[in-house]
Design a protein around this ligand. Structure first.
Ligand code: MLT
Length: 325
């Protein structure tokens, strides 16, 4: 027997994938967040990464790779080694709608990724600056009808949820607004507070401190019914203005295709264990985050959801004439 074979037989040095999987996680794990720090995706990712990191006994490091509505960071994650140390925090925009919006995307949300687990969902809120003359969605719509393209809507980037929901709102309300894109919701929010943009859709949970802090006004919600605990007195668009209008952002964790299955299993189990902390889930619910049944967080269910959303957005983008040049 040659020396290498002997070592192999004695110490299983040749069974690299097995040894690797057993040892995972042997070092900190990176989650790519493709938006600026301080926005909704970043905040949700950091909160969940902290809880999951404690369960797996390793730090989860957030890497912000912002630009082009999340598609730059997603493209980077798609090309990363599927070794269990690089993941993507994905959402409805760049992992659901993007294939229907971009002519050249550079990645396929279904073929280039393995779903790991889904996060809870968040509805959005329509915000205006404190000094805005628009005290309701009806007033904003009337002004936009009177002067097409005069009202500016800030968003987190082309194809971000804030952009997509504004486009759906435009289509349903029969108005045209001017879109102003940033590298994430956080810089867009800064300009909304400063009055440089006239309106913006943002995730209801991260917008809440801006509203309660008196920096911006909330004029409508994209949840089907009002969120009276978080946004007292703020109507849902579906109630009167745009019957049936409902939108919430879905998020979740993905790995580059081919990641070891047991790594996915360990992360999913760690997440479920973290969710057993009722203090944490109550805190999320109090912010207006929609918790889901456990089965919907599972990798298989999340993979099916991703594929279904890619298909759904083909029709939505065509019907609402949402295009990206
Ligand atoms: C979005 O609108 O897609 C997100 O809110 C972007 C972000 O997290 O900054």
């Amino acid at each position: 027997m040659k020396i290498a074979q002997a070592l192999c037989a004695a110490a299983l040095l040749c069974a690299a994938p097995f040894v690797h999987a057993q040892a995972w996680p042997a070092k900190p794990v990176t989650w790519i967040v493709p938006f600026a720090a301080g926005g909704p995706t970043d905040a949700m990712a950091r909160d969940i990464a902290d809880k999951v990191g404690r369960q797996i006994g390793q730090a989860i490091v957030i890497e912000n790779a912002a630009g082009a509505g999340g598609t730059i960071g997603a493209g980077k994650a798609a090309k990363a080694a599927p070794d269990g140390y690089t993941f993507l925090v994905g959402h409805m925009g760049y992992m659901g709608a993007a294939p229907s919006l971009y002519k050249k995307l550079g990645y396929d949300p279904v073929k280039d990724f393995d779903a790991v687990f889904r996060f809870p969902d968040t509805p959005l809120v329509l915000l205006v600056p404190k000094s805005s003359p628009y005290k309701s969605a009806d007033a904003l719509i009337a002004a936009a009808k009177a002067a097409p393209n005069k009202i500016n809507f800030g968003n987190a980037g082309v194809g971000s949820t804030s952009h997509l929901i504004a486009a759906l709102f435009e289509s349903r309300a029969g108005i045209q607004v001017t879109s102003v894109s940033y590298k994430g919701a956080a810089p867009a929010m800064n300009d909304l507070v400063g009055g440089q943009v006239d309106a913006m859709f943002d995730q209801s949970n991260t917008a809440l401190p801006q509203v309660t802090g008196g920096r911006v006004n909330a004029i409508a919600l994209t949840s089907l019914t009002p969120m009276s605990q978080q946004y007292p007195g703020v109507p849902a668009l579906a109630e009167k203005t745009l019957p049936g209008f409902e939108a919430a952002t879905w998020y979740g964790l993905y790995a580059p295709k081919g990641v070891p299955k047991d790594v996915v299993g360990k992360l999913h189990q760690a997440y479920l264990k973290a969710l057993a902390d009722k203090e944490w889930t109550h805190r999320m619910a109090a912010q207006g985050i929609h918790l889901l049944p456990d089965a919907q967080y599972a990798p298989e269910s999340f993979a099916r959801h991703t594929a279904a959303e890619v298909e759904k957005w083909r029709k939505v983008a065509t019907d609402a004439k949402i295009q990206i040049d």
